[in-house]
Write a new protein. Structure first.
Lengths: 474, 465
């Protein structure tokens, strides 16, 4: 193996491929860290803005209670219907996971924050972040992309002629005349190449992450799984290279065969898999959901039409906007809008649940059939570990649901009872608290992904070992 | 002579298995994409039409109610899916098609289909456009990489040249042969696609869809032509077939797989979009300053809906509030959408050397699934929203304001609802789309000229000795 190492080092191809790989990894990491930082900064700005709004509302309430200010009807911090609605709304945020820069995943597609109010979720869960749809279509140039799409090609570049070149140049005969088994030779060659590529693919990102985001040091398990996943994915492609070489064809046909398998497994299979999953388990119709929402809204508006016809009283009597003995008079229209939203929330929830269930079903199908494409397994696995995949977003939705419930539980009785919000209530207003998903879930998802990569690799290696026994040395 | 060379190449290609297996894989994928696209689209379009009709029916059958409540109920605008979305869905999966036109605010499109899909969606959509953009060049490369190199390896090239055949004649002959074999493969698929597109189009829009399809086919022909000359040029310039294949595959991967992502990152860097918070802050600030100015002039106060504006002015105040906002929305959304278009233009320009980006822009543009078309729809929907608001406020000024403190007791009826016409949107005509896609088409043409020049330069250096 030492000999092979020396040979490889003397060759230009190793340096060329390594430099190219390093360049790709570097650019991908730069993008990953840059995008994650932008995202974190945007979230920090939201948090600051929310806190400032809340503080302003508190001091406004102080002035109101001291009799120094009469609030406007739609921006009254003493009015629970306003504070529970858009005026007092706060954001629920999903922070970036430590490994986020290695796979940006769905961060550009799914919003990482929701402005939670007492209204039905349908009003705020579709508030998307700003991103050019053309960019969403292209996807990010992140480390997951470099590994899933480009690493196999670099593996090919270094080893498509692993054995064939030795045979074609006649050195194989020479080598095997020494006390050296063919299998040992192959193993040595693969080990050297894998060592170089994997060293770069794992160590460089780890180093960069530790420097750019020191908090990623705490993500030991995820990092370990991620390294194993990259290793297993590389193993698959090396196994394929060895298997293809073992059939003893020319270097040219080896290269052709490898590129074809890359096109099929990386480009075509995931796209077909996506097509199959969507066809087997299509999402419920969004058009229908829009129609349902409108019908529910109409129904609720008709039900509360009397309240809607009540006129605002604060014009003649501004004092109605002020709390009195802990109570506050809410306008008929504010009450109507609250009751309407409450009804919409209750009636539309089952429809929203159908979408969630559907999404979970599709994800299960992907998990079951991703075996067909190692690229799909690796990509899904990496985004899951980076906390940018479907599972963590579903977890965020669950947490946000809980917060939405708590929010409603806090404001509904106050609105129903006409109880004014006091300064003492402010610290008690529910806050969204992010808790990281169960670490065992990560293991539970990462392990099968690893198996799905290792099993076909072993199969390929088995084929290779069988073919190598009758390898035409001459 | 050119025809003779082409015939010889075609004959050889016929004997070689490559044309059959590579071609049939691409063909099978093309037909799957068409079949799936057609099935999905007919369902989606029928559903959208039904929903749009039902929506207007609900609007008309409102009870007696306050017009502002009617404006709150509002209407939905469903973006009709383009007939050619079967061929190239473009940004459709990544942008919603549903707008709720309600009082007070310009709405944003909801429901991006990709959000209802799994992470695998990000690998791409199986569509004719994707296959042609990504796999099309690969097909050309597989068929053409050894056009010159193989002949040089087995000595035929020198023989041919020594007979006095000019290298340029060889180039054109070989290009013709490649084009003919591609045409033989793809013409049936194109005809099938044309039939599917015409069948799928709405009544009266079939011709328009066909015109769009013809332009789109021209775009892809240019795109494949670029790769024909690239493959021939590289094949002529390379010492062996192996080198030619390696170089071409590297170029293909750079173009089809790497370029779209890198150019997206760069254009995002070059023309950054605002964050959601920045955008909504700017919007609120713009709306507030405009409204403050208007309210100060009309009512002598900037405090909105407070005690200084009596209820008998609320109809007028609502009208004022809406109408001062229109310009702010136009300015800020206009800036945002201009940024998107600048980002896209930058990427289309890079199509000069990375043709996939030019053909992608052109293909989406002609299919009616690009951002320009989307912007046209959103603008139409917003115009309709404003019409609803204006009709409702006008009625309030005329009928509710005179009621004094009984403003919200006022109720209008069906004759007011019927003043609002249904939202009937038709995508712009093919010629409009073509005019807006001229840039990407010329970039494709420019790219073809560049590769042509490269192929010329590579081929004229071929000598018999």
């Amino acid at each position: 193996m030492r000999q092979e190492m020396r040979l490889l080092l003397a060759e230009r191809s190793l340096w060329l491929v390594s430099a190219l790989f390093l360049l790709l990894i570097g650019y991908a990491l730069y993008n990953g860290v840059h995008q994650t930082t932008l995202r974190d900064r945007a979230q920090a700005a939201i948090t600051t803005d929310d806190a400032r709004t809340r503080a302003d509302q508190l001091s406004q309430l102080g002035r109101i209670m001291a009799g120094r200010e009469v609030p406007s009807p739609f921006q009254n911090p003493a009015d629970p219907a306003r504070m529970g609605g858009g005026f007092g709304a706060h954001h629920a945020l999903m922070p970036s996971a430590p490994l986020a820069p290695v796979a940006l995943g769905q961060t550009d597609l799914f919003p990482g924050q929701f402005k939670v109010t007492y209204q039905s979720k349908i009003h705020f869960i579709h508030a998307n972040d700003i991103e050019n749809p053309w960019h969403l279509l292209s996807g990010h140039f992140d480390l997951a992309f470099v590994i899933v799409y480009l690493l196999p090609l670099l593996i090919f570049a270094l080893s498509y002629n692993l054995l064939s070149v030795e045979r074609e140049s006649g050195t194989l005969k020479l080598l095997l005349s020494q006390p050296l088994a063919l299998r040992t030779l192959v193993l040595g060659k693969v080990a050297v190449r894998a060592g170089v590529l994997l060293g770069l693919a794992v160590l460089v990102p780890l180093g960069v992450l530790l420097l750019a985001r020191p908090e990623s040091a705490g993500a030991g398990t995820s990092t370990l799984w991620w390294s194993l996943l990259v290793g297993a994915y590389a193993l698959f492609w090396f196994a394929l290279v060895v298997a293809v070489n073992a059939f003893g064809r020319s270097s040219a046909s080896n290269a052709m065969l490898l590129v074809i398998s890359w096109v099929v497994l990386v480009l075509i299979a995931p796209v077909l898999l996506n097509l199959g999953v969507t066809a087997a388990s299509p999402a419920p119709s969004r058009t229908e959901l829009a129609t349902r929402t409108r019908m529910v809204t109409i129904e609720a508006m008709n039900r509360y039409s009397k309240l809607l016809s009540a006129d605002y009283r604060h014009i003649g009597k501004p004092e109605v906007l002020l709390p009195k003995d802990g109570k506050i008079e809410m306008s008929g229209r504010a009450l109507a809008s609250y009751s309407i939203q409450k009804q919409i929330d209750e009636e539309i929830q089952p429809d929203l649940d159908r979408f969630d269930a559907q999404h979970a079903r599709q994800q299960q199908l992907v998990a079951r059939y991703s075996l067909l494409s190692p690229a799909a397994v690796a990509y899904e696995g990496m985004t899951a570990l980076a906390g940018t995949g479907a599972r963590r977003y579903a977890h965020f939705h669950d947490l946000m649901d809980g917060h939405h419930q708590a929010w409603k539980k806090f404001f509904f009785p106050r609105i129903d009872g006409g109880i004014a919000i006091t300064e003492a209530d402010f610290p008690r207003i529910p806050r969204f608290v992010w808790t990281e998903e169960d670490a065992r879930l990560i293991d539970r998802q990462a392990f099968p992904a690893l198996l799905k990569l290792v099993m076909p690799s072993l199969l390929l290696l088995g084929i290779a070992a069988w073919r190598l026994r009758s390898y035409p040395v001459v | 002579m050119i025809a003779l060379i082409a015939r010889k190449d075609l004959l050889e290609r016929g004997r070689d298995g490559r044309l059959y297996w590579a071609g049939s894989v691409v063909l099978v994928l093309l037909f799957i994409a068409l079949a799936v696209g057609y099935g999905r689209q007919s369902e989606v379009r029928a559903e959208q039409k039904a929903a749009q009709a039902l929506d207007y029916k609900d609007w008309l059958s409102q009870d007696q109610r306050h017009p502002h409540d009617a404006a709150h109920q509002g209407m939905h605008a469903f973006k009709p899916e383009a007939a050619l979305a079967i061929v190239d869905p473009g940004i459709t999966p990544y942008i919603g098609g549903t707008l709720w036109l309600q009082a007070h605010r310009q709405s944003e499109v909801k429901f991006r289909p990709a959000q209802d899909a799994t992470g695998l969606q990000r690998f791409g959509d199986l569509s004719v456009g994707w296959i042609m953009q990504v796999l099309g060049p690969l097909l050309v490369i597989v068929l053409g990489f050894n056009a010159f190199a193989a002949e040089r390896e087995n000595g035929i090239l020198r023989q041919t040249l020594s007979l006095g055949v000019s290298p340029l004649q060889l180039l054109w002959g070989k290009a013709l042969a490649l084009a003919a074999s591609l045409a033989a493969l793809l013409t049936p698929a194109a005809l099938a696609a044309a039939v599917v597109v015409t069948l799928g189009a709405d009544a009266g829009e079939g011709l328009d869809a066909l015109q769009r399809f013809a332009a789109l086919a021209l775009g892809y022909a240019l795109y494949l032509a670029i790769f024909i000359f690239l493959a021939l040029g590289v094949s002529a310039a390379s010492s062996t077939s192996r080198v030619a294949l390696t170089v071409l595959l590297a170029l293909w991967i750079g173009n089809a797989v790497i370029a779209p992502r890198v150019m997206s990152e760069l254009s995002r860097h070059w023309h950054p979009s605002p964050t959601k918070l920045e955008f909504s802050k700017a919007l609120s600030a713009g709306l507030k300053s405009e409204a403050d100015r208007a309210w100060q002039m009309a009512f002598g106060t900037t405090e909105r809906w407070g005690r200084d504006v009596p209820l008998n002015k609320w109809g007028y105040a609502l009208q004022l509030d809406d109408q001062t906002g229109y310009a702010v929305y136009d300015r800020l959304y206009g800036q945002l959408w201009d940024t998107y278009e600048r980002q896209q233009a930058l990427q289309a320009w890079s199509g000069l050397v990375l043709p996939v980006l030019a053909v992608r822009a052109f293909s989406m543009g002609m299919a009616g699934t690009d951002f320009v078309h989307h912007r046209d729809f959103t603008t139409a929907a917003e115009t309709h929203r404003r019409t609803i608001q204006d009709i409702m406020s006008r009625d309030l000024v005329a009928n509710a304001d005179p009621l004094g403190n009984q403003h919200f007791a006022y109720q209008a009826g069906p004759e007011l609802w019927s003043q609002v016409k249904p939202f009937d949107y038709h995508p712009p005509a093919a010629i409009w789309a073509l005019r807006r896609s001229l840039m990407s088409l010329s970039i494709l043409g420019g790219s073809l000229l560049l590769t042509l020049a490269f192929a010329y330069a590579a081929v004229v250096r071929q000598r018999a000795l």
